[in-house]
Design a protein around this ligand. Structure first.
Ligand SMILES: [Zn+2]
Length: 249
């Protein structure tokens, strides 16, 4: 029997569709479907799962899969021009316009009141990139330094010093000596996520691990920490290409 609703729906996938893959896994105990940022869908199934079962499984998760694919399309990475026309820093609610002033010789950067002026030879892309990266590190120190201090005061933490880095894989860390290092890319995240990261690293000054006691300490200062931790792990997508990329776009 085919109900009216089901008859109206198109098949969700076909084996000819290259954006889909079904992979048999010896370790899989049940079927799992994943949608990647690229929109690619991967279905992992136990060995010798009948195709009919896979189809039923996918049908059951149709709405979820379609929602995830739509999300992936919306957030697909579009090539960014360089230099960027403006730089948004949600962490401190600032937008900086970038102006190429031209001129000759080495690249110089001046910034004030929401305007960044890059002067010097406009063809020196890698020097412009380096100048913007330095600027980002300086902004991060100016913005995150006082925030870390305020957070420590608010919850009674002490730390030795703060360093700002530009890192691809971690938002922050805390050394046994109490040095808290923060990723300048935090400026591209919402304030609540930044505050959580600061509390996370400050909590490491008391617990140098991710034990139950550590998470209790985090939770006392930041009850929403789970949700914000997830936001951080997705936050890399908010970092513009010029911060790490070397392409001459
Ligand atoms: Zn940690």
């Amino acid at each position: 029997m085919i109900s009216d609703g089901a008859a109206a729906q198109l098949p969700l996938w076909s084996e000819q569709d290259a954006s889909w893959s079904v992979r048999e896994s010896r370790r899989a105990r049940r079927m799992v479907v994943r949608v990647f940022h690229s929109g690619r869908v991967e279905v992992v199934v136990p060995v010798k799962t009948p195709p009919g079962l896979i189809a039923t499984f996918l049908e059951r998760h149709r709405l979820w899969i379609e929602r995830k694919r739509a999300e992936a399309r919306r957030t697909a990475v579009v090539p960014e021009p360089f230099p960027p026309g403006s730089i948004d820093l949600p962490a401190c609610a600032q937008r900086w316009r970038v102006h190429l002033a031209g001129g000759s010789g080495r690249v110089r950067l001046a910034s004030a009141d929401g305007l960044i002026i890059l002067s010097g030879d406009v063809a020196l892309r890698s020097a412009q990139r380096a100048a913007l990266r330095n600027w980002l590190l300086e902004r991060a120190a100016e913005v995150l330094g006082p925030e870390l201090e305020a957070c420590a005061r608010e919850f009674g933490f002490t730390y030795e010093r703060m360093v700002i880095r530009r890192q691809r894989t971690r938002w922050g860390s805390c050394s046994v000596r109490g040095t808290i290092s923060l990723n300048a890319c935090l400026l591209f995240l919402p304030p609540a996520a930044v505050r959580y990261l600061l509390i996370h690293e400050l909590s490491h000054t008391r617990h140098m691990n991710h034990s139950r006691h550590f998470w209790q300490c985090v939770a006392r200062c930041c009850p929403d920490y789970r949700q914000l931790d997830r936001l951080l792990s997705e936050g890399w997508r908010a970092v513009p290409a010029w911060v790490f990329g070397e392409g001459e776009a």
